[in-house]
Design a protein around this ligand. Structure first.
Ligand SMILES: N[C@@H](CCC(=O)N[C@@H](CS)C(=O)NCC(=O)O)C(=O)O
Length: 235
């Protein structure tokens, strides 16, 4: 039986199945990337809810795994060389899981680097910019009289959607016929922008038909349907 007791996070979130990958998360667009990935690849895992209502992400136990106080984070009891591996940053986790299982990543080196390139495009562009749209359109920033910050982030999000739309014009998925971690990272954010943030009209989503078509295909995948609800918010 694997012993994870050296990791303080297991003091607050005990591992009932220490042989399985431990996921610490919430069903936000960054969080569901990892639950969708785990459902897609079929790796056994145990999920733990990190509640923002009780500021769990600021607890010493959580910070011991991710000093940057953000979900998602994982602890894989069976990491490289058989040793446990703690990991944070959703992009790093997706690359790790793809390489660990040989899934959702092209095998040829050029395809692999290009997949990582589009993953970085999501991590550095889509995620941060759409997040700002959320703040200025749906959350506290919506009450600001000065609409220039909202419009700046909406314009940048539109530009990014245009880049993605052109990429998808003649491809089923970001890397072509094969579904990859670039798609796993990107489409939860598109879904969130239109759905939870209600910013589809603000960014003119109707102008991006290829993005909408690929989003429809993404949302129809059984692993996506399941992963979007993991972990459940209220137990
Ligand atoms: N770049 C990080 C971003 C993670 C992130 O922003 N997580 C948010 C939820 S979507 C969070 O944990 N926020 C809690 C906080 O800031 O205290 C990743 O992709 O893992």
């Amino acid at each position: 039986m694997t012993d994870l007791s050296a990791f303080p996070i297991t003091g607050k979130w005990p591992a009932r199945h220490p042989d399985r990958l431990q996921l610490y998360s919430l069903p936000t667009p960054n969080g569901v990337k990892v639950s969708i990935m785990l459902e897609e690849i079929g790796l056994p895992y145990e999920v733990h809810l990190v509640s923002f209502d009780s500021n769990d992400q600021m607890s010493p136990e959580f910070l011991s795994l991710n000093p940057n106080n953000k979900i998602p984070a994982i602890l894989d009891p069976n990491g490289p060389g058989g040793a446990p591996l703690p990991l944070f940053e959703s992009g790093a986790i997706l690359i790790y899981l793809a390489e660990k299982t040989g899934q959702l990543m092209p095998r040829d080196p050029a395809g692999r680097y290009q997949t990582i390139q589009w993953l970085m495009f999501q991590m550095a562009g889509i995620g941060p910019m759409f997040g700002q749209v959320g703040f200025f359109h749906k959350f506290a920033g919506k009450d600001y009289e000065d609409k220039r910050p909202r419009d700046r982030y909406a314009a940048e999000s539109k530009r990014l959607l245009g880049v993605l739309n052109r990429r998808l014009a003649d491809r089923a998925w970001i890397m072509g016929d094969g579904f990859t971690i670039a798609d796993v990272a990107t489409f939860p954010w598109i879904n969130n922008l239109i759905g939870f943030y209600g910013a589809g009209d603000l960014v003119g989503i109707a102008d991006f038909p290829h993005v909408k078509r690929a989003l429809g295909s993404f949302m129809a995948r059984p692993a996506v349907v399941k992963g979007l609800g993991i972990p459940q918010r209220v137990k």
